[in-house]
Ligand binder design. Structure first.
Ligand SMILES: Cc1ncc(COP(=O)(O)O)c(C=O)c1O
Length: 427
């Protein structure tokens, strides 16, 4: 922490650019923490916020409702096959806390009290609150709180860059799936299996192999376990599809969205449930089957209004198709990036790229430095006019989803220059 004696002040944004109080412009290569869709200061989104702000700024979802959230629920159900009802919150971690509570309470509601365990995958990330940390667990982030986290059953995820000795990649995948099935079949105590959809983001941009998520989804159905997917960072187009679970041919019971839901302008998240889960929560008042959960800003109408406008714009501008096309630009740069001697691997899907830095390409040893790699890359990135943030030894490229092809080319060539410049500071 001490390496940060001061912070640049961002006072404006325009498109992919962040502009500081001194007038310096940098490309927002992390999409303001992976949530920006249309760039900064988009006039349609700003107009939607302004219009709603003049009507009602906040009104509670306790005993009441409001028009923007009702409309948003319909919009979310439309883009989420199999989902039936929406529960609002104001950040991704809360959306996952709600998903956990829904999943655990579902079994109580239907009087099946044996199902109390949560299964997850190693290195998952679902937020920084205690429940979300428990079902996630990236050791570097959460190690200090390990004793206070509730226990989960964790399974490995096949990582193509680090295949164990003696295994083919296919063996490795099958081994991971067999471990899951072995445990599922041993004891009927698992309430839910929780994982990120498509890619583990904060855990190092680990892209699941084809069919991995689909097969887990099938195992959950076979063993009567709720399948809970976190689409907070990976849905809404980040990986090139609106609902990533659809591309993965998986069938969740509960799904969470956040980040890009409002285009990255206001704080809102949503936890969606299928009819089976929702129905278990209905009953007479004294049955006490309802979900006791709510936040002050649950269902904020301004956030919902901008989310509605955002979803409308996805359709109007055919954003998903555009992402799929623009995303191909990344592959033009694979070779040049991999040629840098501290780059071990690149992992890319949709509008996401993780560049893994290693100190030894052959041994695939993650780069470790005395100084913060993040700070080194931030400073070098700034010199090239980009705002970069690394996660451990991974350089993350998570730009605004609507970035133009020429802008992405600019970002990639500046990233290459940054890695080359940072190299001498690291080794
Ligand atoms: C997959 C995933 N889930 C949940 C969260 C938590 O969201 P928030 O930071 O809005 O609490 C994040 C945040 O990065 C995330 O990447």
């Amino acid at each position: 922490m001490d390496e940060w004696s001061s912070f640049d002040t961002i006072s404006k944004g325009k498109g992919i650019w962040l502009i500081d109080s001194k007038g310096n412009k940098i490309i927002d290569a992390v999409g303001s923490m992976w949530c920006n869709v249309w760039g900064h200061s988009n006039s349609q989104l700003v107009k939607a916020i302004t219009k709603q702000t003049k009507q009602i700024q906040h009104s509670s979802l306790f005993n009441l409702t409001n028009e923007p959230v009702e409309k948003l629920a319909k919009n979310l159900i439309k883009i989420s096959p199999g989902m039936n009802k929406v529960f609002y919150s104001d950040n991704g971690s809360s959306a996952m806390e709600i998903a956990i509570k829904m999943a655990l309470q579902y079994w109580k509601n239907i009087d099946q009290t044996n199902k109390t365990q949560i299964a997850t995958v190693e290195n998952g990330y679902h937020g920084d609150t205690f429940g979300a940390m428990s079902v996630g667990y990236v050791p570097e982030f959460f190690g200090k709180f390990k004793k206070q986290l509730f226990s989960t059953i964790q399974f490995p995820v096949p990582n193509k860059y680090r295949i164990p000795k003696g295994f083919t990649f296919l063996d490795y995948q099958n081994d991971c799936l067999e471990k899951i099935e072995r445990r599922f079949s041993k004891k009927d105590d698992i309430a839910a299996f929780i994982m990120e959809s498509g890619v583990q983001m904060a855990g190092g941009v680990i892209i699941y192999p084809k069919d991995f998520q689909r097969k887990i989804s099938k195992l959950c159905k076979k063993y009567d376990i709720l399948f809970v997917l976190d689409e907070i960072a990976t849905g809404f187009g980040r990986l090139g599809s609106m609902a990533q679970y659809q591309e993965q041919k998986s069938v969740p019971d509960i799904v969470a969205y956040g980040k890009m839901l409002t285009g990255g302008y206001l704080t809102m998240a949503a936890t969606l449930a299928n009819k089976k889960v929702f129905d278990s929560f209905s009953g007479e008042f004294n049955d006490c089957k309802h979900l006791f959960h709510g936040h002050t800003y649950t269902g904020n109408p301004i956030a919902a209004a901008v989310a509605n406008e955002n979803i409308q714009m996805y359709k109007k501008y055919n954003l998903i198709k555009k992402i799929q096309k623009t995303s191909k630009i990344f592959s033009k740069y694979y070779e040049e990036i991999l040629d840098i001697d501290i780059v071990g691997d690149i992992r890319h899907k949709g509008m996401l790229m993780g560049i893994e830095l290693v100190s030894n390409k052959k041994k695939k040893k993650p780069i470790k430095t005395k100084k913060s790699i993040n700070k080194i890359f931030f400073e070098e990135g700034k010199k090239q006019g980009i705002y970069l943030r690394t996660l451990g030894n991974i350089v993350m490229l998570v730009p605004p989803l609507s970035i133009q092809e020429n802008e992405l080319e600019m970002l990639l060539s500046r990233t290459i220059k940054t890695i080359q410049a940072a190299k001498s500071k690291i080794i």
